[in-house]
Design a protein around this ligand. Structure first.
Ligand SMILES: C[S@@+](CC[C@H](N)C(=O)[O-])C[C@H]1O[C@@H](n2cnc3c(N)ncnc32)[C@H](O)[C@@H]1O
Length: 244
């Protein structure tokens, strides 16, 4: 079984920006999502982006005046983030997102875990630990934003084959294989090569988190939670720390 980190490093990382439609389009889409969130970003606010990838949300947040700590386990994606951030105040950190507390020097006003990153955690217990740690670090009023795919209801038959992106040189198709608590995500890449098409396949595991499970856990850790429709069919939870 490939680990998530290996899958990103060797398989998805090198084509991730292409998969997201190119850097400009992805940053525009991230910016629109930040606008839709209506996060009150004040100049100099500290915001953490957990599983930040190449900075789809970190870059727009920094453009709005936030100082962003972008944590990701993929060196490849953080390298792209470093290219895209220019002079923006974004600190790129290569670490496991569960270790985010090691990288806090000032209280954050918000913590983000966007784009289906939370389902990459290895088990439900890790999700609970993340929520407890975020609750401990956010001051009263602080925001925790999560967006993720709801895999709790299995797709069946041909629905499990998802065409992600294609152009004249590359085709990315995803195949979902369901286990009781997780879904195996097989990313099938066809690439045009001098002698014809080449195919590479790799898979990793994502958790089948139900929105209600997460909402209940957030509420029991002192959050007021709003559920919204996220981008590309994801669920977005906007949670505010209401402990005093
Ligand atoms: C689906 S991508 C989403 C990236 C970004 N948040 C976005 O919306 O474009 C998931 C990201 O989480 C990272 N990731 C997965 N598990 C992680 C972990 N345990 N710690 C840190 N990063 C992780 C991956 O390297 C990848 O960049």
């Amino acid at each position: 079984m490939t680990t998530t980190a290996e899958h990103y490093e060797h398989h998805l990382g090198p084509i991730y920006v292409w998969m997201a439609g190119g850097a400009d389009a992805a940053l525009q889409s991230g910016s629109a999502e930040i606008d839709a969130l209506n996060l009150p970003v004040t100049q100099g606010d500290v915001i953490l982006d957990l599983g930040a990838g190449f900075g789809m949300h970190a870059v727009p947040l920094a453009r709005r005046g936030a100082r962003v700590t972008a944590i990701d386990s993929s060196v490849e994606l953080l390298r792209t983030l470093a290219e895209l951030r220019g002079d923006l105040p974004i600190q790129a950190v290569n670490d496991d997102l569960l270790a985010f507390q090691n990288h806090i020097t000032e209280a954050p006003s918000a913590i983000l875990c966007m784009g289906d990153t939370i389902t990459h955690l290895p088990e439900f217990g890790a999700v609970e630990i993340l929520i407890e740690r975020v609750s401990a670090e956010l001051p009263p009023g602080g925001m925790f934003i999560i967006s993720f795919r709801d895999y709790s209801e299995p797709l069946i038959g041909e629905q499990r084959f998802i065409s992600v992106r294609s152009d004249e040189n590359r085709i990315l198709t995803c195949f979902l294989e369901y286990e009781p608590e997780a879904v195996l995500v097989h990313d099938i890449i066809h690439e045009r090569a001098p002698g014809g098409w080449q195919t590479r396949v790799s898979h990793y595991r994502k958790l089948r988190l139900s929105p209600q499970h997460l909402i209940t856990s957030l509420q029991s850790n002192g959050f007021n939670v709003r559920r919204e429709a996220g981008v590309r069919g994801m669920v977005r939870l906007v949670a505010q720390n209401i402990t005093q």
